[in-house]
Design a protein around this ligand. Structure first.
Ligand SMILES: [Zn+2]
Ligand SMILES: [Zn+2]
Length: 91
């Protein structure tokens, strides 16, 4: 059963049907938990759309960490920082 961190607490999620076969990934954004660096592990609903060789970054991101940069375009925090330098008009 997949688990995620929701509101700072690890939870197991009971999924049914299609979601059970293909559960969402854990958000890969780096956060600080109890003063230590950790992975967010939230339920991902977005993928990073940053273009890389042969596709997009595709880092799974929760709603909190997907940085919106346009209609249906989201970047992971790392790539949002890179985009901010390259294309500040997006933000
Ligand atoms: Zn997250
Ligand atoms: Zn990315």
């Amino acid at each position: 059963m997949p688990w995620y961190v929701v509101n700072g607490c690890p939870v197991h999620l009971k999924l049914s049907g299609k979601a059970a076969k293909n559960p969402p990934s854990q958000c890969v954004a780096r956060v600080e938990r109890d003063g230590r660096p950790a992975k967010c592990c939230g339920i991902s609903t977005l993928l990073c759309d940053w273009p890389v060789d042969g596709g997009t970054c595709d880092a799974p991101l929760c709603a909190e960490h997907g940085v919106e940069v346009g209609r249906d375009r989201h970047y992971c925090p790392r790539h949002a920082a890179a985009a901010r330098e390259r294309e500040p008009e997006l933000f």
